[in-house]
Ligand binder design. Structure first.
Ligand code: SAM
Length: 348
């Protein structure tokens, strides 16, 4: 097929087609008279390039995707980067929108012309967005931790606080609870590399969800055929009333108090009636216990260790209990090891 026909069929300009060739994204064969002759394969590739461009992926990265198509999960990685960029932009626009709504409503309350104040508000909002954009990274670096994660948790590497001590015991305690309840359809939130999967019997239907694409890719390499999803505790549920049990180990403490409440609400939506949330994670039984532990670290001169704890959001169990009971759920908990507790929230 010649260049003009391809341009018309795909609605890609002649200039752009030439650019793709210059970039090495496609390599078109030429006839004996030196005219370009696009093959079916070329057309297929051009359709894919067009789609990726519409998603906003730069040409340089598209070239990378096609260099060894689908090898080493390049496509998944590129799309994930783009997805994060879109999510980030959406939240920026949402905050600009909220600021504008607030400013309009404030202006309705006053007869004076306060345009300066409103422009200042918008400007502050834009500065804040810029600041957030700079900080916008996987804060705890799960993507870069993914390759060494299994070794580090199993061998307690770089773990002065012994946070992962008894890692297998914690996962097995959750599995025991799953077996007690005869749960078949299981969702693992913040699944990481899915270590709990191999401890669950083969007759469960398992889905792992994590916000880190690299963690998920490690899980995919390990267990090929399991169901995995990129997603967050804070995403609206992709299914409702479908799961018997939600398990979550060492992930919940990355959510602040408000996010934890949102996450509990969403997890309850995933569950069938009487379904259970089982969380094995770092927690304090109460605010008093938290303060006692803090005093202990400070009087031992280990501010550094307390700062590691403060960098995350260990659950206050009594707070989560009150919140869950407010939603009509039953709530049980028990201590497992060091900072790790197991809690069970049962949907009414
Ligand atoms: C310490 S790892 C635990 C992984 C696994 N559950 C385990 O027990 O080995 C914490 C995991 O939580 C995930 N995570 C953190 N915040 C999350 C969120 N808001 N939504 C989904 N996953 C999250 C991270 O990406 C990471 O894979």
């Amino acid at each position: 097929m010649n260049t003009r026909t391809v341009s018309e069929i795909l609605d890609i300009s002649l200039k752009t087609l030439r650019l793709y060739e210059q970039y090495g994204i496609i390599k078109v064969n030429r006839d004996s008279n030196n005219y370009r002759n696009y093959s079916e394969e070329d057309i297929k590739r051009l359709r894919q390039v067009k789609l990726l461009r519409e998603l906003g992926i730069p040409l340089k990265n598209i070239k990378g995707i096609f260099e060894k198509s689908f090898e080493d999960n390049k496509v998944i990685r590129e799309l994930t980067i783009q997805l994060k960029a879109v999510d980030n932009r959406l939240s920026e626009l949402e905050s600009i929108r909220n600021t504008l709504v607030q400013s309009v409503n404030d202006a309705l309350f006053t007869s004076e012309d306060n345009s300066n104040i409103y422009f200042e508000n918008i400007s502050k909002c834009l500065d804040q967005n810029l600041e957030n954009r700079r900080k916008w990274v996987d804060r705890w670096n799960f993507d870069s931790w993914s390759k060494s994660y299994d070794t580090s948790v199993k061998k307690n590497i770089n773990d002065d606080l012994r946070l992962f001590e008894g890692y297998d015991y914690v996962l097995e305690s959750i599995v025991e609870k799953v077996e007690e309840s005869n749960g078949r359809k299981i969702l693992d939130m913040g699944c990481g590399t899915c270590n709990i999967y191999e401890k669950l019997g083969k007759n469960v239907e398992f889905t792992g969800v994590d916000q880190s694409i690299e963690m998920i890719l490690v899980a995919k390499r390990k267990y090929g055929d399991i169901s995995l999803r990129l997603g967050s505790f804070l995403d609206k549920p992709f299914l409702e009333n479908q799961y018997d049990i939600i398990v979550s180990t060492y992930a919940f403490h990355h959510l602040n108090d408000l996010e934890k409440e949102t996450a509990v609400n969403y997890m309850l939506k995933y569950l069938k009636p009487n379904g259970k949330i089982l969380i094995g994670d770092l927690m304090f039984e109460s605010q008093e216990e938290r303060l006692k532990k803090k005093d202990g670290f400070l009087s031992d001169g280990r501010v550094d260790l307390w700062e590691i704890i403060e960098d995350e959001y260990y659950t206050n169990i009594d707070k989560l209990k009150s919140y869950s009971e407010l939603l009509g759920c039953s709530f049980n908990y028990k201590h497992l090891v060091n900072f790790t507790w197991l809690i069970e929230i049962i949907k009414p």
